[in-house]
Write a protein that binds this ligand. Structure first.
Ligand code: 5AD
Ligand code: FES
Length: 368
């Protein structure tokens, strides 16, 4: 576990470890890569002082590539049905307490229309793994949104599907796909998922998406039960290899109605370290400041923006369904109308010294 030792206020001679961590961070900023041993050294030895430097370096890389703008994406949670049994997730199939809902085509198109009027130019359609949305229905939804609003991007976040299915959805107009790898450590992945889940299929799906031509979003949780710094290093090495266009990093938040109940949640600082390191590895990556961070701490999303994140995803789902999409508990923004959320987040962004960018916000390699 990354333990950030709080520095005392005395001026002390820098330790050998501190000097080495700082040098590694400068090296990472310049070369965008470190070895397994070097990443591990950073995570094992980072103290408050180097954490400050890390955030400053990540902030400067973010500024060089995106100025002070923050991209806005409208999140529409289209269904909380899920056929999977991820042990951390509150909407897993076996949680009988969840009030299930799914949006039909018209409701989704209405959400998109509302979002378009509020200025959004990216719609993220997210759901549990819900077979109800077969290729035909989803392609129809995607192409209809594109027909109504040709100047928008569509991001899908609907789990593992076959390569053929990903291809059909891409051909129908989907531009981007979020599929967090959850953990690049096979041991940890297998620990937090049921036997029916396959680490290899998860990773393969990400490569399939890349192959097809999507802008691909990987991502992982920080502070998972039994997660070690070695596991987190695997996440960083995986990002170096896959080079995703987007990467969602959030704290694990313990949910009492899951098999992992009773565990400790991840922390703000642990998560910020991983966000900032990811910014140094992938300078052009679209990195969301996640709702999970905002749930963990009132200023979590603002802190993430200052540590290298450059995207926010305000919730546009119909308010009557919001609380039902409870992947973790006490989720923020569940009672707020889309327009309220839009203003609230803009105020927070401005207050932190950034400006909202309502543009389509493609990744640099895709014309952004
Ligand atoms: N805490 C934090 N993040 C979670 N996710 C799912 N359940 C939890 C939880 N309890 C994340 C997963 C998933 C994304 C949609 O939300 O990483 O991919
Ligand atoms: Fe939704 Fe603040 S961002 S209420």
């Amino acid at each position: 576990m990354i333990v950030i030792i709080l520095s005392n206020l005395e001026i002390k001679n820098p330790s050998k470890e501190s000097e080495k961590v700082k040098n590694l961070l400068y090296f990472l900023k310049k070369n965008k890569t470190l070895s397994k041993e070097e990443f591990l050294f950073v995570l094992d030895n980072i103290t408050q002082e180097e954490f400050k430097l890390l955030r400053e370096l990540a902030y400067s890389v973010r500024e060089e590539n995106f100025g002070n703008s923050v991209y806005m994406r409208a999140l529409i949670e289209i269904s909380n049905y899920c056929s999977q049994g991820c042990k951390y997730c509150g909407i897993r199939r076996n949680n009988k307490l969840v009030d299930r809902y799914r949006l039909d085509k018209d409701s989704i198109l209405n959400c998109a229309n509302e979002g378009y009027l509020l200025g959004y130019r990216t719609f993220v359609l997210q759901a549990g793994e819900d077979k109800y949305y077969n290729d035909e229905l989803l392609c129809d939804i995607v192409s209809s949104i594109k027909k109504n609003h040709p100047d928008t991007a569509i991001t899908l976040s609907i789990g593992e599907r076959t390569k053929e299915s990903y291809q059909k959805l891409f051909d129908a107009g989907a531009n981007r796909y979020l599929l967090r790898h959850e953990s690049a450590s096979r041991r940890l992945y297998d620990y937090i998922h049921p036997d029916s889940s396959s680490y290899d299929n998860r990773i393969k799906s990400l490569y399939n998406l890349k192959d097809i031509g999507y802008q691909v979003g990987a991502g992982f949780m920080v502070g998972l039960p039994t997660q070690t710094n070695e596991d987190l290093v695997e996440d960083l090495l995986f990002l170096q290899k896959l080079k995703p266009e987007m990467c969602g990093i959030g704290p694990y938040l313990c949910h009492s109605e899951t098999p992992l109940k009773g565990n400790v949640s991840g922390t703000l600082n642990q998560t910020l370290v991983m966000v900032a390191l990811t910014r140094l590895i992938l300078p052009n990556c679209l990195l969301p400041s996640t709702t999970a961070l905002g749930t963990l701490s009132n200023t979590g999303r603002e802190e993430a923006l200052k540590a290298g994140a450059n995207v926010v995803m305000p919730n546009l789902s119909p308010v009557e369904h919001r609380v039902k999409y409870e992947i973790y508990q006490h989720k923020i923004c569940t009672g707020d109308e889309a327009a309220h959320c839009r203003n609230c987040i803009e105020n927070r962004i401005n207050f932190t010294g950034f400006v909202v960018d309502m543009g389509i916000g493609h990744h640099k390699n895709f014309g952004g």
